[in-house]
Write a protein that binds this ligand. Structure first.
Ligand SMILES: NC(=O)c1ccc[n+]([C@@H]2O[C@H](COP(=O)([O-])OP(=O)(O)OC[C@H]3O[C@@H](n4cnc5c(N)ncnc54)[C@H](O)[C@@H]3O)[C@@H](O)[C@H]2O)c1
Length: 256
């Protein structure tokens, strides 16, 4: 059988039995749902986060934190097949008052860290065809959002990382994709709602109503809706999807 036929013969099935996965931001709202989804599909799942129990604790804004995380999984599990880059932090402020340190921190967690994680995991992910990387992007990967200059710039950059890695990974049967969630009611979102309410001088309930109304269906996206798409992208049947970003935003990106 020719090599490409061998790869295509794997291109079916939803099961992640026998696969080892690593999820960053695993103690967060979406991270927990991703861990559950991949586990349900049969993968052995390792989580990493700067805080939280039952996960590998590391500061993933640094090169060393990302290298140690990958080394830990490889020494524990002996392999790594699926990498989900999902950690994030947020800071909201008008651009002219945006603290330099927050600009650095947000970019480090959401763009620089994922680069180091991918680089550290590359040889394990490309050892055999079928490796998978999924990056949590955002609606902020496509458009500007007032008071979120660092997050918006980092999330735009993350798509550049995904595209280049996808082109270079394809020859190894590795796929790299992103998902772009709309607003989800997680801890991170709650902090942001409070900051937006203070900055706009309105109540949290009013800000919640504004965020909900910005999404078709007038609701938040459920973290399980996003995790399900990540689970699909991580599965064998998604082998033909590479270098793209799938919105999970209830249709928000469909409006002009
Ligand atoms: N919540 C939303 O509305 C929304 C919208 C669009 C995209 N997203 C994306 O979804 C992903 C998950 O977000 P969430 O809503 O679950 O947020 P969350 O705050 O609940 O989880 C983020 C996790 O990242 C971890 N983290 C932060 N800094 C870290 C560091 N230096 N090292 C290691 N871990 C660190 C936090 O401890 C936290 O557990 C993020 O990539 C985010 O950008 C979220």
């Amino acid at each position: 059988m020719a090599e490409d036929d061998v790869q295509r013969s794997d291109a079916h099935g939803w099961s992640l039995e026998g696969r080892v996965a690593l999820v960053t931001g695993a103690a967060g709202g979406l991270g927990k749902a991703i861990v559950a989804e991949l586990h349900e599909r049969g993968a052995v799942v390792h989580g990493a986060d700067i805080a939280g129990e039952g996960v590998f604790n590391a500061d993933l804004s640094t090169a060393s934190g990302n290298r140690e995380m990958v080394a830990h999984v490889l020494s524990t599990a002996g392999r790594l097949d699926i990498l989900v880059l999902n950690a994030r932090c947020q800071f909201v402020s008008p651009l002219d008052q945006f603290p330099d340190a927050e600009w650095d921190r947000l970019r480090a967690v959401m763009l620089v860290g994922p680069f180091f994680a991918l680089k550290a995991a590359w040889s394990a992910l490309t050892k055999t065809p079928g490796g998978r990387v999924v990056v949590t992007a955002s609606v902020a990967s496509y458009g500007g959002a007032r008071q979120k200059v660092a997050c918006t710039a980092a999330k735009h950059g993350a798509l550049g990382l995904v595209r280049v890695a996808a082109l270079e990974g394809a020859v190894h049967g590795l796929t790299i994709n992103a998902v772009a969630p709309g607003w989800m009611d997680t801890a991170l979102m709650r902090g942001q709602l409070e900051a937006q309410a203070a900055n706009r001088g309105v109540s949290i309930d009013e800000v919640v109503a504004l965020f909900r109304a910005a999404q078709p269906g007038n609701r938040f996206v459920d973290v399980r809706e996003v995790a399900a798409v990540i689970g699909f992208l991580a599965s064998p049947c998604a082998s033909g999807i590479n270098g793209t970003c799938i919105p999970v935003d209830l249709g928000a990106s469909a409006s002009a």
